[in-house]
Design a binder for this molecule. Sequence first.
Ligand code: SF4
Length: 318
Amino acid sequence: MPVPSPRVFKHVFGPVPSRRLGLSLGCDLAPRKVCSFDCVYCQVGRTDRLTTARVAGAPVAELLSEIEEKLRTGPRPDFITLSGSGEPTLNRAMDEIVAGIRRRTDIPIALLTNGSLFVFPEVRAACAGVDVVLPTLSAADEETFRQIHRPAPGVTLGAVVEGLAAFRREFKGEIRLEVFLIAGVNSTPEQVRRLIPLIARIAPDRIQLNTAVRPTADEGVRALTETELATLATLLGPKAEVIADFRRPATSGAEAGAREGEVLDMIRRRPVTARDIASGMGLPAGEAARCVEALLRSNRVVRERRAGEEYYRARSEG
Ligand code: SF4
């Protein structure tokens, strides 16, 4: 009997294992790659359109229909995560999307954001309905901020901190602040200590130290070791933690017939290991490896080594 073709998901991917959110169903809200930053450590690649102007992103009905189908057919995620291949708060329909997800499920909603648009009251209002917000603050001075994030015109470190502080005052949910540290750029104890007064203004519930463990937009972005991160975390007090590498064991009863297209869809979002694919899609490890080998043979993905692990990245399609 012929096997029906799997549905191609344009805006929703996973669930994938996330170091910060457990099993996360990702929703791509901004077109690739529209962002208010062009971070040296970005996993998606260089920013094509650097802007703070909000845009029409994924069509709301289409996105919600994809979420419905993923929830109906896949494993239950721990979070539905608004993120993707650009800055999600640039999507003008963010409030509609959040309300639409709320009507469909009680699974908590997370938002991965660079935080640069919280300076706008309408963006803070659009994000008010999510459960967990994960913004980034990685520099305590303007020069380092620009070196790391290469922001859109008009975006300054001061404005980002102001926006995050304003959001904290209004937002009832949890804020997990990411501090992304790069060896030789923002990782001295002095640089980390200088973040303390800025973080105090944002008053996050958790502070999560991260580093470049995956392939990055720029070459030469150096990761810290876990020990170095752990030492720096102690400077930021008891709320600070090193983000653990979350691994969810493969579900034995999970769908055995993995589809290469679906694996490719996942790899297109960000570089992943074969283990990420296996646990994120609930596949036996051998099946995930088979899919990856087929994609390598057909030249649709490339293999890269980073921090002792092999990652798969999609070849550029245009
Ligand atoms: S890491 Fe996030 S904020 Fe930075 S360029 Fe990539 S998508 Fe934009």
